[in-house]
Design a protein around this ligand. Structure first.
Ligand code: NAP
Length: 243
């Protein structure tokens, strides 16, 4: 087990299930303590925390809707009280309500933008002071191949994931001198609850299968450990979009 992130504290949003959970476990395996944010799935978050503690790291389950500014403030205060300053942030929580051009309503558009784009802005703003004080920080956001190809969830989802790339570019440019990097990971189709039920053979994936959550987590760990990659979008899509 590598200890490269020993002494670092990570906050992973939406870490109860899927990609976020795999990233939380992989960061812990690399030495980090982890705050495991969840929205509704408390038992899964508690289970992830138990696994992290078994590795000898500190773990804290933190309930909160990341799209609500008051929840974000409360979560970050709780983490400060119980674990300390946060220097690795993984903006992972996201929703993908499948809607066509005609079906999507303004309410669903707003809800998607709130969770997928406004929340990463809110959480990053709450955590950047810790990173600045440490002169070290890593901001990693989960975009999507939908930002590049449009995808099949809908226009609301593609727009939210494209916005995240711009947000990471801004942070990268403005925080680089303070030891803080900001990058996006752009997954193709990954086997999780979000992609459950989609037929794998329909998507012409050169590698021939959906990706695994661990294959995304490996990239998140790489970005957390590396201080010279910033302002990038790392494509992990089985060859569907060459980047
Ligand atoms: P998932 O299996 O549906 O899990 C979503 C996670 O986000 C859960 O932990 C959920 O918490 C949490 N969450 C949802 N809304 C939240 C909110 N308002 N506040 C806090 N937490 C919230 O999703 P996934 O497939 O792992 O996707 C993770 C990220 O990767 C998302 O941003 C997604 O858009 C992106 N992505 C996924 C794929 C894919 O093929 N799976 C491809 C490209 C990009 P609870 O369990 O507590 O409800």
């Amino acid at each position: 087990m590598s200890n490269e992130l020993n002494g670092r504290l990570a906050l992973v949003t939406g870490a109860s299930r899927g990609i976020g959970r795999a990233i939380a476990l992989a960061l812990a395996r690399t030495g980090a303590d982890v705050a495991v944010n969840y929205h509704r799935n408390e038992s899964a978050a508690l289970d992830a925390c138990a696994q992290i503690r078994e590795m000898g790291r500190r773990a804290l389950p933190v309930q909160g809707d990341v799209a609500r500014a008051s929840d974000v403030t409360g979560m970050v205060e709780q983490i400060h009280r119980e674990l300390g300053p946060i220097t690795i942030l993984v903006n992972n929580a996201g929703i993908g309500i499948v809607r066509t051009i005609e079906e999507i309503t303004e309410k669903e558009w707003d809800e998607t933008l709130a969770v997928n784009l406004t929340a990463p802005f809110l959480v990053t703003q709450a955590v950047v002071p810790d990173m600045r004080a440490a002169n070290w920080g890593r901001i990693i956001s989960l975009s999507s191949i939908a930002a590049q190809l449009g995808g099949m969830v809908g226009p609301h989802y593609a727009a939210s994931k494209g916005g995240l790339v711009g947000l990471m570019h801004y942070y990268a440019a403005h925080l680089a001198k303070e030891g803080i990097t900001a990058n996006a990971i752009s997954p193709g189709l990954i086997s999780t609850d979000m992609s459950a039920g989609l037929p794998q053979q329909s998507y012409h994936i050169p590698v021939g299968r959906f990706g695994t959550t661990e294959e995304i987590a490996e990239v998140a760990v790489m970005l957390a450990c590396n201080g010279y990659i910033t302002g990038q979008t790392i494509n992990v899509n089985g060859g569907r979009y060459p980047g």
